[in-house]
Design a protein around this ligand. Sequence first.
Ligand code: GUN
Length: 282
Amino acid sequence: MQLIDGKALSNKVQANVATKVEQLKQEKNIVPGLAVILIGDDPASHAYVKMKAKACEKVGFYSITHSMPDTISQDEIIATIEMMNNNPRIDGILVQLPLPSHVDTDKILEVIDPKKDVDGFHAYNVGRLVTNLDTFVACTPLGVMKMFEAYDISLKGKDVCVVGASNIVGKPMASLLLNAEATVTITHIHTKDLKAHTSRADIIVVGVGVPKLITEEMVKEGAIVIDIGINRIEDGSLVGDVDFENVSSKCAYITPVPGGVGPMTIAMLLSNTLKSAKGRII
Ligand code: GUN
């Protein structure tokens, strides 16, 4: 069994981004800028946004966080996004999800200029991903692809089971894998027999937010298991969606939680924002 070290890979990607930022500054006088919109006081969202802002600072980006109370109206959120769409210092706009229930998330995401949609959630970019065109791809699944690449894990013809069909993770993950010529099965909450699908997969990618959903008997010997879940359990510790202790010995490769996919999400956000900033000179 080999651990896939997301933290180390993320640091490598971030160092590379920092070098490119320095070059952009020197040669083109461009400083990549990211705007984060944070609504309400969900502690997890606050923690994520803080990590994102810190990472931006580390690589030399300009970044701003617009924090708003959850009583904010949808129109005010839209007005803030439009302001960022028109701000030439901003290359990337990220609206931290989930949004309060009175806000229409789909509508909000569609207001973001697709050229600044570094989260890859806009329907325009999702459509481009599905048709295998160059685009902004959602950071978490993109980070998983980067892991496969870094560890020389080939996908062509592999049976991959993606557990979870969210717009943020499962669906873009499945599209990326299909574009990489894997045979993809997507399972979700209404799937009749999850084990039937996971146990024949060469690769399992799971991101549903259910601690220890994937157990030993659901995994084939020698499989590769990517755990996107991040769950805080009663004792305060963070665990993934995989029963790591019992599953890991069966795997060829497995990602730990924490220190697996999580750090890659931030690295890909920086990488997408840099890509957008480079677009200023085209
Ligand atoms: N909430 C959970 N994951 C994400 C993400 O990748 N981007 C945003 N904007 N919100 C999230």
